[in-house]
Design a protein around this ligand. Structure first.
Ligand SMILES: [Zn+2]
Ligand SMILES: [Zn+2]
Length: 276
């Protein structure tokens, strides 16, 4: 009898822009974006926001020896945890880092420019793990491991960002952050990423009402996440990249309003695990 391998998503950071810590953020979380995806025993990480700190500690405790880390893009809230990811300092660890959002830089220069004086005391030469930097062009199909197929697409975000569709064992999970949208338009590239997905995570920084003021900020809305889910036949949509000061009470209301429109909608929480 064959056993279906696990395909789990763990949210280590659901917040956008800036980590926040206060009792009023306790339920939905404080850390900026980091998502762990488990395909069987393979570990894929998406983005290195402040949430990657706790992810690194947990992965070491679980004995992980090989990791793939993919960047949606490298705005500070998606990279600030990188120098504090303990697996980089373990000699028996193998880490592949991938990015595809940049037209004028490589994954290697992205990291060496980020970990540089005067903003940080040491560069990536202090890493002791076997780290390989990989570059791709949005639209590329990546095969990072056994039975994992990843489609990529360019997202609508200042400076570029990449969305991912992860296919494994007949199931689909997609990462769509950070991204903006045009009102009343469903981006065909995003629809391709999320079509028939069991779960996708979406940049829901704003509400449609707020979007009227912040349309040029490069982020989308929870209502647009619902519209995309309905159009693409997705089963579940997890809202993430919560606006920095959005409280638990506000996110609870957003979650209820979203579920009234689409029962498979929810607001992501730090440390939440979703199995697909
Ligand atoms: Zn962001
Ligand atoms: Zn961004």
């Amino acid at each position: 009898m064959s056993v279906t391998p696990r395909f789990d998503v763990k949210i280590w950071g659901a917040r956008g822009s800036l980590p926040v810590a206060s009792p009023c953020f306790a339920e939905f979380g404080s850390n900026t974006v980091c998502i762990e995806v488990r395909c069987g025993d393979q570990v894929l990480l998406f983005d290195a926001g402040s949430g990657i700190g706790m992810a690194g500690k947990a992965l070491l405790e679980q004995g992980a020896r090989h990791l793939n880390l993919f960047f949606s893009h490298c705005h500070y809230d998606h990279i600030l945890g990188l120098p504090f990811f303990i697996p980089f300092f373990m000699p028996d660890m193998v880490i592949d880092i991938w990015s595809g959002h940049q037209s004028d830089a490589t994954t290697a220069t992205m990291i060496s420019d980020f970990m540089a004086r005067p903003f940080f005391p040491v560069g990536p030469e202090v890493f002791r793990a076997k780290v390989t930097m990989r570059d791709f062009v949005p639209g590329a199909v990546l095969m990072p491991g056994d039975g994992v197929v990843m489609h990529t697409a360019r997202l609508d975000h200042p400076g570029g960002a990449v969305g991912y569709r992860i296919e494994f064992g007949g199931r689909v999970v997609a990462m769509v952050f950070d991204t903006c949208h045009t009102p009343d338009v469903l981006d065909p590239g995003v629809l391709d990423l999320i079509r028939g997905a069991d779960l996708f995570l979406y940049d829901a920084t704003f509400s449609d009402e707020e979007f009227k003021t912040f349309a040029h900020f490069g982020h989308s809305t929870w209502q647009h996440g619902v519209r995309l889910a309905q159009a693409a036949g997705a089963a579940r949509v997890g809202m993430i990249h919560h606006a920095t000061f959005r409280t638990d009470d506000e996110l609870t209301r957003i979650e209820q309003d979203a579920q009234a429109l689409f029962p498979g909608a929810f607001c992501g929480r730090d440390f939440q695990v979703i199995s697909v």
